[in-house]
Design a protein around this ligand. Structure first.
Ligand code: AKB
Length: 325
């Protein structure tokens, strides 16, 4: 997408883990005033609030979204508002309402207002125990056992339906666990892979809520942002898929992550006390085949476990020294 055909972007869930960082990158690329950040009730951080427009909306209330679409003349949406897997198991109805009814409102409005493009994230949670767990193919069994996973499969299908039926240009990827240093994730099963860094820096110890040998696909935030925006900017004539791209980067066990951190912080100790999130992790793949994304829009990650760990510890270490962690 060029600046010419994209004038005003709406980011929902802009206070969240991915939303907050994607908003800042989009503002850098397309101009601060052209990117409207929105959240439901959490106050935005100063950098987000001061760098461009911010509004409170609720995607489950269509009129609140429509109001800002009109006011800011929105023509592109990144729908990052979602309830993640762990909270989704505690509050399945809310999960369905936000992830499906909320998304439906976004799609309807995008169709009604003839938007240029929409991004809707899916997740590795779309897979289930019947799916091959290693090198999980692009086309495979989608029988998730969590409400979050159910909403992700339905969301992929709904998005593809709007593309085929109404010609809405809508795109999405199946995110793995995302590791990041700016905003903590909230309510996901892969949250341990972020929390472990904060606790290693602050307390030199961490109690991990999945078993040491639990392997999941993960990605560092700079790759996540690069991949998401590259997909949104890709030439549509090259895309055979739309809302369901597998997107991989690295896979490691919780024990391997702890060992990598220990190389930098030798006193660091990790103990393992699995809780209900273990059962969710056990239904997800360990590694992903993302050859369709590589072929159709040139996806290629930059970071691996050692380079991500080094960068995370450097960033969080600096904030800790400044008393900002
Ligand atoms: C979660 O753990 O729920 C998310 C995801 C993998 O979609 N991070």
């Amino acid at each position: 997408m060029t600046k010419k055909d994209m004038k005003k972007i709406l980011v929902t869930g802009a206070v969240g883990q991915i939303g907050s960082e994607i908003t800042m990158e989009l503002r850098k690329r397309y101009g601060n005033d052209n990117v409207l950040a929105t959240g439901r009730k959490t106050k935005p951080r100063k950098t987000l609030r001061d760098s461009g427009p911010f509004e409170f909306i609720d995607i489950t209330k269509k009129e609140t979204v429509e109001k800002v679409i009109k006011e800011y003349d929105i023509d592109t949406i990144y729908n990052m508002a979602a309830i993640l897997s762990a909270v989704g198991e505690e509050r399945p109805i809310v999960c369905w309402n936000v992830n499906i009814n909320g998304m439906y409102n976004i799609l309807e409005l995008a169709h009604e207002y003839e938007m240029t493009r929409v991004f809707v994230p899916s997740s590795i949670a779309a897979f289930g125990p019947e799916t091959p767990r290693t090198n999980t193919p692009q086309e495979t069994v989608l029988k998730p056992k969590t409400m979050y996973g159910v909403t992700k499969v339905a969301g992929e299908l709904l998005g593809d339906y709007y593309f085929k039926r109404f010609g809405l240009d809508i795109r999405g990827v199946r995110y793995p666990g995302i590791v990041s240093s700016e905003t903590l994730p909230g309510g996901g099963t892969t949250d341990y892979a972020v929390e472990i860094f904060y606790e290693a820096i602050k307390n030199k110890k961490y109690t991990c809520f999945v078993k040491k040998d639990t392997v999941l696909p993960m990605m560092y935030m700079p790759d996540c942002i690069k991949g998401t925006i590259n997909l949104m900017e890709a030439d549509i004539s090259k895309l055979k898929h739309h809302c369901d791209f597998n997107m991989a980067s690295m896979s490691f066990s919780a024990g391997e992550l702890a060992a990598e951190i220990k190389k930098h912080i030798p006193e660091f100790k990790c103990i393992y006390k699995p809780d209900f999130r273990q059962a969710i992790a056990d239904t997800w793949p360990q590694s992903i085949d993302d050859s369709a994304a590589r072929k159709e829009w040139g996806w290629k990650p930059t970071y691996d476990l050692p380079s991500m760990t080094k960068d995370m510890l450097k960033k969080l270490g600096k904030r800790h020294k400044e008393g900002k962690l």
